[in-house]
Write a protein that binds this ligand. Structure first.
Ligand code: SAJ
Length: 422
């Protein structure tokens, strides 16, 4: 049996922090969630949630009502602190922005006590955990830290990246293996004891935080590079007048080939961001990783060019019609299938750009929401049926389950995701 934690604090109650806090609380550990957003804190304290993730609402509701989970804006003492705040990038060079991690470190430093464990979970550039340890040590010269005192320090520090898939967070938190990168072996073993409270996957101990940070970045870059390969094939096939989905399904019959799916681009807050952290730390050598980002980021513009040509062709074929009379339908706005998450969504970017450039109506079909995000004048949310009947140009942007079996609409079709028409 490892160290037993009775009270833990999770800093940052977003897409990762809140599910993690709720998971610990569901195992009857006292959890104090800390967030700078007062509205989020109030929502959670009512047993409700401010983000969308299947099953999270039930777990939070039960944890709050049973008294194991509570939220606050002000850090308070605990035995372990988990930091799950955003780590975006800034500027043209996509430099990592650690200001949220720094602010969180400075916020918890005053309440740290001898024997505490501090874990960084946010996806971070290599060296971020050491930077966090440095910020904490600078604020608390009265405590000793593992970077100076090794295994006998007052405070333990580790990096343990989250790796859960949005939409499946509550399952994957339990079943995925977990990487534990403690500053010392004792830091790692205490962090592993903490996660074993609910993790059924293996808690794999890395030789230190830096390799654990790099592992997380590499996982998402692996996926980005593979999606870029598929997206590049889609452009090549378009030029060769070939169906890229047929091509991929043929090539994937090889036992060692598994090409991913082309799409409207790469969205979300992880895969489109994390590879830049590798590029920023190795600008000369990270060539494939940088190019993959550029290929994926260019895909929405390519899709838009296809829309322009389709509208142009439609006007040539229907000389009595004006551009104002051409109706475009966009199918899907979310950043990936079957979710209602629009963060960094290429589909949303394309729908907005279509609305801006097109003088006529733009119909939006997004079965996962009742109110659509701000897109612009001329755009309206309609049913699948209405879009089928009214649009002249059909633009399929996300492979939502509602679209997989839809009948082929009449008119021009730009299919970014490979629908198998009935
Ligand atoms: N996509 C494609 N083609 C594909 C697969 C995905 O175009 O064949 C697109 C999706 O449509 C979406 C984007 O890629 O726009 C990213 O979607 P995703 O499902 O690949 O990943 P995320 O961003 O939801 O979650 C990823 C996961 N990482 C990996 O699978 C390696 C997750 O495990 C991480 O925890 C998460 O990033 C994160 O937080 O870092």
């Amino acid at each position: 049996m490892g160290h037993q934690f009775k009270k833990i604090s999770v800093i940052g109650l977003g897409y990762i922090g809140l599910p993690t806090a709720a998971m610990f609380a569901s195992r009857k550990i006292e959890v104090v969630g800390v967030d700078v957003n007062q509205a989020a804190v109030d929502t959670i304290n009512q047993g409700e949630i401010h983000i969308v993730e299947p099953d999270l609402d039930k777990v939070v509701h039960a944890a709050v009502h049973e008294g194991y989970l509570r939220a606050t804006t002000k850090p308070e003492p605990a035995e372990a602190f988990l930091i799950a705040v955003p780590t975006p990038f800034k500027g043209d060079n996509h430099e990592p922005d650690l200001s949220y991690v720094e602010a969180a470190s400075k916020a918890i430093a005053p309440v740290l006590e001898k024997g505490n464990l501090v874990v960084l979970e946010s996806t971070s550039p290599v060296g971020a955990t050491e930077a966090m340890a440095g910020w904490l040590a600078a604020e608390r010269p009265d405590l000793s830290f593992p970077q100076d005192k090794g295994d006998n320090s007052d405070i333990r520090i580790a990096y343990c990246p989250e790796r859960v898939l949005p939409g499946k967070v509550m399952q994957e938190l339990i079943t995925n293996d977990r990487i534990i990168g403690g500053v010392t072996p004792r830091c790692s073993s205490e962090a592993a004891s903490l996660y074993k409270v609910f993790v059924k996957g293996e808690c794999v101990i890395a030789s230190g935080p830096r390799v654990a940070e790099m592992a997380k970045l590499s996982e998402n870059s692996f996926r980005d590079v593979n999606i870029a390969f598929a997206n590049e094939l889609s452009l090549i096939c378009d030029g060769l007048d070939m169906d890229v989905w047929e091509l991929i399904s043929l090539a994937n019959r090889h036992p060692r080939v598994n090409i991913l799916q082309p799409g409207a681009g790469v969205g979300g807050h992880c895969i489109a961001v994390d590879p830049w952290f590798i590029v920023a730390s190795a600008p000369e050598t990270a060539q494939i990783i940088r190019t993959a980002r550029e290929v994926n980021d260019a895909k929405p513009k390519w899709v838009l060019e296809k829309v322009k040509s389709a509208v142009g062709q439609f006007l040539l074929d229907n000389p009595t019609k004006s551009a104002e009379e051409v109706v475009i339908a966009c199918y899907g706005l979310a950043f990936k299938p079957d979710i209602d998450d629009f963060r960094e969504s290429p589909a949303l970017e394309i729908a907005r750009a279509c609305t801006n450039m097109h003088p006529g109506r733009v119909l939006i079909v997004e079965p996962n929401v009742e109110d659509m995000p701000q897109i612009g004048e001329g755009a309206s949310l309609v049913s699948l049926d209405a879009a089928h009947k009214q649009a002249d140009v059909h633009l399929i942007l996300v492979k939502h389950r509602e679209f997989i079996d839809m009948a082929k609409p009449s008119g021009a079709i730009i299919d970014a995701v490979g629908i198998e028409w009935k």
